[in-house]
Design a protein around this ligand. Structure first.
Ligand SMILES: [Zn+2]
Length: 451
């Protein structure tokens, strides 16, 4: 049992003063009670006999789920910013990213992922969805992955998450083709491709591992068709049948509409834009996360919202790669579900992702405080709550925040005395003048950051 006392606790119902959270050995919130020591008016402190808390904080808020991550790309974060002199774009960055893989072995992936996951946790993420398509490490390009190489890579990521104490949603990716119309894989893409039978056996092996009660639910599984360019309609059908048989109701994540070239190619190959095609041909529902959706049309977004699917926005990566703007103001105002992702990990700070969602809206609208809710005029609080609720859905959980039975994933903030909780959370998201991250809780336990 872990006991956390909060001056202000952000629950599913809003801010609650002077609360104690009890987190059970299963890693879930067991109860929320009144804190045993309460500050009374005129400064009198009234103690109540109780067990001492393991930690106390000015603010306790749910930890943010990182709903889209490629850990290996952290290895080139910050090192791919130099102009190549020939129209740099997402596609030239992708060549640079592919080239980095020839020198990455399993030990290197584990080191990179461990450093990254620790950093994500120290910056407010308490769970990470690894969109994992690096099914063979090291060696020369051109050789395909096998079950053995895929297991080696998956195990490296699972060990890294365990070392960082961060909950891992592992999304083994089905990657079959180099482009629409069953284009051959390029030599540098061969390491991403698994035969269907090997993919099935990979999922079966990971299912056995994730069921170990000692992991306290910290390793979860979902499925991920890489994109409509890397999975053709038949691959997608096969994958969804496999999900039904082995992992019914598990999360499904897919890259979609990130680049205009992808939208154009989808029109040519499928006769529709990617999200329209997906909604017409797959059972897209609240278990689906559409990653990026940058170039979605208004009609596509209406359909996504009607089906209750989540859009995962990876703003720092999308900005870094020059992808374009997702219409976040309209999506937010319509009550669309959204999660956030660190994606390429050029940015690893959860609050920075939220800040830039709001800032891109301000820059476009020439206005302030755009992404707010009717019951919360504070963008810090509104964005935090939306990103937790959508992020939990991306992880397959229907619990939108802090409540008994919800995951014991928390961020502890210390703040200047006298700040109202909404002001303190705004400060943490936008400035950090007076509010800082003091610790995190995951099912692996409590970790306090050094002051
Ligand atoms: Zn991605």
């Amino acid at each position: 049992m872990i006991r956390i006392d909060a001056r202000w606790l952000l629950t599913e119902a809003g801010w609650r003063p002077d609360a104690r959270l009890l987190i059970g050995d299963d890693g879930r919130i067991a109860a929320i009670e009144d804190a045993p020591v309460r500050a009374e008016p005129r400064g009198v402190v009234r103690p109540i006999a109780a067990e001492p808390a393991d930690a106390s904080a000015d603010l306790v808020v749910p930890g943010l789920p990182d709903a889209h991550c490629h850990a290996f790309q952290y290895g080139i974060a910050g090192l791919a910013e130099r102009a190549g002199g020939h129209g740099d774009s997402f596609w030239t960055w992708r060549e640079r990213m592919y080239a980095s893989l020839t020198s990455l072995d399993a030990a290197g992936l584990e080191r990179t992922a461990t450093a990254l996951y620790r950093r994500l946790r120290a910056a407010g993420y308490t769970s990470v969805a690894e969109f994992h398509y690096l099914h063979r490490l090291g060696g020369e390009p051109g050789r395909r992955a096998s079950l053995a190489t895929a297991l080696e890579a998956a195990q490296a990521l699972a060990r890294a998450a365990a070392a960082a104490g961060i909950t891992l949603l592992l999304l083994p990716v089905l990657y079959r083709w180099g482009g629409f119309g069953r284009a051959e894989l390029g030599p540098r893409q061969a390491r991403f491709a698994l035969a269907r039978d090997d993919y099935r056996r990979l999922i079966e092996a990971l299912l056995v591992q994730a069921a170990d009660p000692a992991l306290r639910g910290m390793l979860r599984l979902g499925v991920a068709p890489h994109s409509l360019r890397a999975c053709d309609p038949e691959d997608l059908r096969w994958l969804l049948e496999l999900r039904e048989a082995l992992l019914p109701d598990c999360p499904v994540h897919i890259h979609v509409s990130e680049q205009q070239a992808e939208v154009r190619d989808a029109r040519a190959a499928l006769g529709q834009t990617p999200i329209a095609w997906l909604c017409a041909n797959a059972p897209v529902d609240h278990r689906w996360t559409l990653v990026h959706a940058t170039h979605a049309t208004p009609g596509e977004l209406r359909e996504v919202r009607a089906r209750g699917a989540t859009v995962c926005l990876c703003t720092t990566t999308e900005a870094n790669l020059g992808d374009g703007f997702f219409p976040v103001e309209e999506w937010f105002a319509a009550g669309g579900r959204m999660s956030i992702g660190s994606d390429s990990n050029v940015g690893t700070d959860a609050a920075e992702e939220l800040r830039w969602l709001e800032y891109q809206a301000r820059l476009r609208r020439q206005a302030r405080a755009v992404l707010v809710d009717a019951d919360s005029p504070h963008p810090g609080t509104a964005l935090w709550r939306r990103a937790v609720a959508g992020g939990r859905l991306s992880f397959g959980s229907d619990r939108p925040g802090v409540a008994p039975g919800a995951p014991g994933e928390l961020v502890l903030l210390s703040s200047e005395a006298g700040l109202a909780p909404d002001d303190a959370l705004d400060d943490f998201v936008f400035s950090r003048r007076a509010t800082r991250l003091a610790g995190t809780v995951t099912p692996a336990g409590l970790r306090l950051e050094a002051v």
